[in-house]
Design a protein. Structure first.
Length: 449
């Protein structure tokens, strides 16, 4: 019997766990099969068919016998197809085709012709390994961009199983991926607040909300510009720091979005979205919209039309900045520090307060419509602003609005003041203050009271 072992990793939430891949090959067995054990999901169990085809189509032989693949530790659930490559390498090592060890860590999905395909979660895996792994790391070529943001690891990108084997044999040289950092974080947006004419009071409220990372609710008639304003809110945020970029990119990498996220997230789910899609979770937990909006904006248009349980589920993440999904055998935690921007009509028909369109709603209809948003959720809306509707003639008379860059400069100055104010605490924005901090930092004089 022949035995081989190398390292790999699996994702739990947005955190990575190092695992061991072991293969025992028994050429005396009458069975000719690959058996995978170690609490793998369906994708892991199906990998044996992909691996077998990839090995044969890469030009390697697979001797007759039984291959037992063990994924340790056995009490940790393994998900996805990133274990294809390490399983294939271990099988080849057990037959003497290549040599592997625990100092080699591999992740990657295999196609039937032996190509190494992109997988989700490479960035969180590499960031986790950078602190506690000193060997060689093999990743898919398509995930190379994420690897350039991680330092402290010897990372190589491979395109095929054969290329990987030749590299480990010493028959092929591969260039090590060099750390290049995040790069320029001052990105340009295609939209600008100068597109919004008039609405100076609303833009001032939005500026205050962004400066303190406060939640805001906009109420106005259809066509008043609520959505247009909301979409431009990320353009006045300060540029993302390197820490924020890596935090956000980890969430997106685990969710299947490639690359490094440098733009402030702006998520606008439809009002028919389920609780799981907004909050996160599922049978195999995945980040929801609130986590994809981490360090950015979650915009809920037509706020009263969202299901009541969806809106109520937002309350705890808004307070804590994280969301925890509990399952029978494990618990995952996702970051969820976002700015909530809500928009709604003043009444069901939307014409309440419109000088040109009469409202057809009864007082009872209006009350029922507004009660769809609970008091506790409204309490978490730090600013509520009315957005008046302008006629075409009024709009054309108004000059072009202030540019986002000018507003952003004031927001950055306000953030710097807050950083100095909270330099001895664990927070950085006014919205994060506790009751004790309010008494400490926000003291009103007699005239203000």
């Amino acid at each position: 019997m022949n035995y081989s072992k190398l390292s790999s990793a699996t994702i739990q939430g947005i955190e990575a766990m190092k695992i061991d891949v072991e293969v025992d090959f028994d050429n005396r067995s009458v069975f000719n099969d690959i058996d995978v054990v170690g609490l793998g999901d369906t994708a892991v169990k199906e990998s044996r068919k992909r691996v077998k085809s990839a090995i044969l189509n890469s030009g390697f032989s697979l001797p007759h016998g039984k291959y037992v693949v063990n994924l340790a530790p056995g009490d940790v659930r393994k998900e996805g197809s990133m274990l294809d490559l390490p399983i294939a390498l271990c099988i080849l090592a057990s037959t003497g085709i290549v040599q592997v060890s625990e100092n080699i860590l591999a992740i990657g999905e295999l196609s039937l012709n032996g190509e190494v395909k992109r997988v989700n979660g490479v960035l969180p895996v590499l960031l986790s390994l950078s602190e506690r792994f000193n060997g060689t790391v093999l990743i898919p070529k398509e995930n190379e961009e994420e690897a350039k943001c991680v330092k402290g690891l010897d990372i190589y990108a491979v395109e095929s199983l054969r290329e990987c084997v030749e590299f480990l044999r010493g028959d092929r040289a591969l260039k090590q991926i060099e750390y290049s950092g995040i790069g320029n974080t001052n990105v340009e947006y295609e939209i600008d607040f100068s597109d919004v004419r008039d609405h100076e009071m609303v833009k001032r409220a939005v500026e205050i909300a962004v400066a303190g990372f406060h939640n805001i609710l906009m109420i106005g008639n259809p066509g008043s510009g609520k959505t247009m304003i909301a979409k431009r809110i990320p353009t006045i945020f300060p540029p993302m720091s390197e820490e924020e970029i890596l935090e956000t990119s980890k969430v997106y990498s685990a969710s299947g979005y490639p690359g490094i996220v440098k733009l402030r997230p702006f998520r606008s789910p439809h009002h028919t979205a389920s609780t799981v899609s907004i909050i996160g979770g599922g049978t195999n937990p995945r980040p929801g919209e609130i986590s994809l909006a981490h360090n950015g904006v979650l915009f809920l248009d037509e706020l009263p039309e969202f299901k009541r349980d969806v809106l109520e589920a937002l309350r705890q993440p808004l307070e804590e900045g994280i969301v925890t999904v509990a399952r029978a055998k494990f618990t995952v935690t996702y970051p969820a520090r976002f700015m909530l921007v809500g928009a709604m009509n003043p009444c069901p028909c939307g014409n309440l307060g419109d000088p040109k369109q009469p409202c057809v709603c009864s007082p009872r209809d209006i009350m029922r419509y507004r009660k769809k948003i609970s008091g506790p959720l409204l309490d978490r809306m730090d600013l509520v602003i009315n957005v008046p509707k302008l006629s075409f003639e009024e709009m054309m008379k108004k000059p072009e609005g202030e540019k986002s860059s000018s507003i952003r400069e004031r927001v950055i100055k306000a953030r710097e003041i807050q950083k100095r104010r909270f330099r001895d605490t664990h927070i950085s924005c006014n919205s994060q203050m506790s009751h004790r901090m309010l008494r400490r930092f926000v003291q009103l004089d007699e005239k203000s009271e």
